[in-house]
Write a protein that binds this ligand. Structure first.
Ligand SMILES: C[S@@+](CC[C@H](N)C(=O)[O-])C[C@H]1O[C@@H](n2cnc3c(N)ncnc32)[C@H](O)[C@@H]1O
Length: 265
């Protein structure tokens, strides 16, 4: 096999691949995508683009498997704990509002949105949560609301029980508490192409997805997210995601990876 089987994927094959997977691949960083695709093709024995496309046409489960590989679903509760603790401190210092409207915009299996629910509940605040993601498999996982012990490693026993029910005998998963699930809506949304919910939101989480987008698309998404924030609304990004000029989007820096809607001067 060629050492880089993804080298055989030309522009036309990338287009077919994007259409098959239902992913807007032209907006993702091509270098990263090609590396991941190459690893996938080597692992599963696809010598070239033709073999891969034939398998995708023949087997729907292969479409799901490759989509999962390329969209990267790594997530966990309280991911990057120090960032969440800073968010909690900022929230606690803000004037109380009766209900927090929260949007987790690349929600994966929901661990992030549930962490937001936890942080707000600990501050004595209630929240309504919208969870969106591009991947239907992740959305189904978010609806199921079942989590393995390994995803909870940052949560103390007390914190776990605030949002999750402990495993039943012989069932190794924690389940989202029904009263928390009742405040969540889960929906498919492609951040690059779909219309956004009107908002306004008090908190938008868009963590660890912008890094996969090309710079112009990243900026466009940031502008659209910022436009959905209400007064003093917060935008919470991933630990490595920086906004070069927050003021260009009507935002101000509050803490690392945390920005606030800035009223127009
Ligand atoms: C690395 S996970 C991050 C999950 C969570 N936000 C966190 O930080 O733990 C990236 C998520 O972004 C989703 N995603 C990728 N491209 C997307 C797009 N264009 N629109 C919406 N979600 C997307 C993936 O399906 C995946 O669930």
């Amino acid at each position: 096999m060629h050492p880089d089987p993804a080298a055989s994927v030309d522009a036309a094959a990338w287009d077919i691949l994007g259409a098959r997977l239902g992913l807007p691949l032209d907006a993702y960083r091509r270098d990263q995508l090609a590396r991941r695709l190459s690893a996938y093709m080597r692992l599963h024995g696809y010598a070239d683009a033709a073999a891969l496309l034939a398998a995708l046409a023949a087997r729907p489960e292969e479409v799901e498997r490759l989509r999962s590989h390329l969209t990267i679903h790594v997530t966990e509760f309280l991911r990057d704990p120090a960032y969440w603790e800073r968010l909690a401190a900022v929230v606690a210092a803000m004037p109380a509002r009766p209900l927090w409207r929260v949007w987790s915009a690349a929600a994966a299996n929901g661990a992030e949105a549930l962490t937001a629910a936890l942080v707000l509940e600990e501050a004595g605040l209630s929240a309504r949560l919208l969870l969106t993601d591009i991947d239907p498999v992740m959305l189904e996982a978010a609806r199921q609301g079942e989590y393995r012990e390994s995803e909870l490693r940052h949560l103390s026993p007390d914190r776990r029980r605030r949002i999750l029910e402990p495993p039943a005998p012989r069932a190794p998963v924690w389940r989202v508490r029904p009263e928390v699930a009742a405040r969540m809506v889960v929906r498919r949304l492609d951040l690059l192409h779909d219309p956004y919910p009107p908002g306004p939101f008090d908190l938008i989480l868009c963590r660890n997805v912008l890094i996969y987008f090309r710079a112009p698309d990243r900026e466009r998404v940031l502008g659209r997210l910022a436009s959905r924030l209400g007064p003093d609304g917060l935008l919470f990004l991933g630990a490595t995601e920086l906004i070069g000029r927050p003021e260009a989007h009507g935002l101000e820096w509050v803490a690392p990876a945390l920005y606030r809607a800035r009223p127009p001067a």
